[in-house]
Design a protein around this ligand. Sequence first.
Ligand SMILES: Cc1ncc(COP(=O)(O)O)c(C=O)c1O
Length: 421
Amino acid sequence: MDEFKVRQGELFCEEVPVSRLAKTYGTPLYAYSRNTLISHFEKIQSAFGELSPLICYSIKANSNLSILAELAAQGAGMDIVSGGELVRAQTVGVHAERIVYAGVGKTREEIAAALKAEILMFNVESEPELRRINQVAAQLKRIARVALRINPDVDAQTHHYITTGTKENKFGLSIPMAVGLFNEAKKLKHIQAVGVHMHIGSQITSVTPYLQAIKRLAGLLADLRNAGHKIDYFNMGGGLGIIYNEEKPQTADAFAKAVVPLLKPLGCKLILEPGRFIVGNAGILVTSVQYVKRGHVKSFVIVDAGMNDLIRPSLYHAFHQILPVKKSRSARTVLCDVVGPICESSDFLGKDRHLPELEEGDVLAVRSTGAYGMAMASNYNSRCRAAEVLVSGPKVTLIRRRETMEDVMAAELKGVKKFGK
Ligand SMILES: Cc1ncc(COP(=O)(O)O)c(C=O)c1O
């Protein structure tokens, strides 16, 4: 599953003790295993090998440039949702014809930048967006390739905040609306509609909702072709679940085995947009104990990483395993909440955990935080964002230095008046 292993009581990231990473780079620290990252990309690539898909890694899961560069070097394309993510993809040299662009709120400026870059296609989420893309493309004298994102109205059986393919969600177009919009797209001079796209949610551990969604889209595809539309691309989105605790997601091979028989007869180029599956288990958040506060019912282990570093527990009640990076001196375990320094009651990394007795300076690892960890980090409470390292065998590379207050205040400092001067 990953290359974070406990050897003789000590947690290693590949060949490097995590305690050494904490000592050298400080905490909070995100540490990634390169082998885990690459092997997960390869798992998807080989599972779907028969269809030679374009695998567009979903940048939003983890947008560190070095992570993107590693994946680009393996042949990954990129799934972007903003002009900023386009700049990141371009910065690491991803070929534009391997970039797809989703998201419900694309601005004119973002659309223009993507058109100038000549990305493969936009995944269009609404009728007004399609018109806007046509207008911007006309101004730039370009043709925009688009897929329409279809909301198949299936329940992905995941947390409701990360379900995206039901009719209550803001994403995509319903199947009846899509037919009308394909007809309209045909009349727009600067639009070439070439595909259908879906993305039904994230951390999906069962293949069933995918099968339902693909069947619905297959019906739509047949209708579109009967109506004379030429559809070359089928984008199945991302969403594959991973193991955080006791989940039992299908393996990439089992998943592919189930969906390929439905995808193959579609006769389309397949696009996949995995994020979490590739990077989720490849990262840990390393944090140091500041205080242990003993309460009547349980203890609070107060650490130096908070919801500003990892918001998933606060936002989705997400579970992440937490373990000391070195075997404790004491055999006793204590019931505790592992909490951060942020002034919010929702600032916790783990609740009701049985951990060995801890003391100031002990280092903990919060596991499987490679996806939607650092990417969702903030400066709340004016806290500097964590450093990030990439480990490959015995080699450690600092891939993002720790932020300083100068970085945090940089956009505000110019022109600021010092009180009393
Ligand atoms: C359009 C789209 N594609 C792909 C993804 C990646 O999802 P995951 O990280 O669950 O694979 C997302 C995530 O929300 C998304 O919105």
